[in-house]
Design a protein around this ligand. Structure first.
Ligand SMILES: [Zn+2]
Length: 113
């Protein structure tokens, strides 16, 4: 098992990857789908189901989903011994700009330009 630098976060509107292209997929109902292999040696790719380029309509549901996401990130950080704050957005467009970062209560950095 590699040494991961952290987690890259996507939403399911991500143009660059398909559902099969994520290590973990956090469904709207809070189910976490795990893929068979890690696809990237450096980062763990986690996708949150939803298109966050538009405002969130079901706030309660998304809050639950974010709770599951935080638990997952903390679990991964502890298992692979990286700082849970090493959570980065995939890019400027992914996750979308309505993504509720404030629900994560973890500081997020957008990748440098
Ligand atoms: Zn992405």
């Amino acid at each position: 098992m590699g040494e991961f630098a952290g987690v890259v976060l996507h939403d399911s509107a991500c143009p660059a990857r398909t559902r099969a292209g994520f290590d973990f997929y956090v469904c709207k109902d809070g189910t976490v789908v795990t893929s068979q292999d890690f696809l990237d040696d450096e980062h763990i790719h986690v996708c949150v189901e939803g298109d966050f380029s538009v405002p969130v309509t079901n706030t309660g549901l998304v809050r639950e989903q974010m709770f599951v996401l935080v638990k997952l990130v903390l679990r991964l950080a502890s298992a692979f011994k990286f700082d849970p704050e090493r959570l980065i957005a995939h890019g400027d467009q992914c996750p979308g700009e309505e993504f509720p970062w404030h629900e994560l209560k973890i500081r997020i950095d957008r990748p440098p330009h």
